[in-house]
Design a protein. Structure first.
Length: 305
């Protein structure tokens, strides 16, 4: 593996730093980037304009036996992503020039990059709206604080532990190909827990589904009313203010959602849950923690019936 002169290095893994030069402050040309040809090792792209943070993350990745590529700008990140596939991307939101938000939007809008796991690592305090926006586009959010390095390490290790998938943008369904019964379908996810939204969004997008997520019943009803292209909804029953039972009843009153399948998400399997969910308007229900195989099988059944 090639390590450019002056690059941050980490034990056990190659590190390539592209971007601002400490001596001159000038950016190297993106077309001068040279990356390893081998595909055996896992690759992590680090996007942060703070050289100390970049070095810390590169050092963190080293013991994972992965190649760490560190860049200082969004422009360099996109240039590197055009050249090689990455197993994980750690990105700060407050970048000079092209912001982290814009880089994330570009990645999610590019078919060949869409399935790349993204981890946001930022010092910014996020609004609920920003959390939801990121929840639809990224794997996880880690806020920079005293204990955040350990959390970031866990998130990177989790993405690297995933088996090599098919080329980016080709959602897996067990045989490396998009499932025609799920790919292209639009799903509404309603849950007040951002962690559940993260997990469900990642799972469904890997199947080629388009995910719209909201954290409350009122927004769910509004979207169900306004968006006539939703194929199925997943609704958490235990939400504050308006719970899932009330939400589903209101959704069923809409002409646009009268016959659309709704799967209720319950906190745990309890006697009478199914009857209560069906009475509220659910087509089916599944208990948390959600078993991905079970949920995907359920979605296939409802979307092909």
């Amino acid at each position: 593996s090639l390590v450019l002169a002056g690059a941050d290095t980490a034990p056990g893994g190659a590190a390539i730093t592209v971007g601002a030069s400490a001596a001159t402050g000038r950016r190297r040309k993106a077309d001068a980037i040279v990356l390893p040809e081998e595909r055996g090792a896992k690759r992590v792209l680090v996007v942060d304009d703070d050289p100390v943070q970049r070095q810390h993350i590169v050092a963190m990745v080293g013991p994972m036996q992965a190649e760490a590529v560190a860049v200082a700008t969004g422009e360099d990140a996109l240039a590197v992503l055009k050249e090689r596939r990455f197993d994980s991307v750690v990105i700060d939101l407050g970048l000079p020039g092209l912001s982290g938000w814009e880089v994330i939007d570009h990645i999610r809008g590019t078919a060949s990059l869409r399935s790349t796991p993204l981890i946001v690592y930022t010092a910014r305090d996020l609004t609920r709206k920003e959390e939801l926006r990121l929840g639809r586009a990224t794997r996880s959010i880690v806020i920079k604080e005293v204990r955040s390095p350990e959390r970031l390490r866990e998130e990177i290790e989790r993405t690297l532990a995933e088996p090599d998938s098919e080329p980016a943008g080709k959602p897996a369904n067990g045989n490396g190909q998009p499932d025609p019964s799920l790919s292209g379908k639009k799903v509404l996810v309603v849950d007040d827990d951002i962690r559940n939204i993260f997990a469900l969004t990642a799972m469904l997008e890997r199947q080629g589904m388009t995910v719209i997520s909201v954290d409350n019943g009122n927004d769910a009803i509004r979207i169900a009313r306004e968006d006539g292209a939703i194929d199925i909804a997943l609704v958490d029953v235990m939400m504050p203010e308006m719970d899932g039972y009330v939400t589903m009843r209101h959704m069923r009153e809409l002409s646009s959602f009268k016959d659309q399948p709704i799967v209720a998400l319950t906190a745990k399997a309890m006697k009478g849950d199914r009857e209560k969910c069906i009475e509220a308007g659910a087509s089916d229900y599944i208990a948390k923690p959600v078993n991905s195989t079970h949920l995907l099988s359920m979605l296939r059944a409802w979307l092909t019936s």
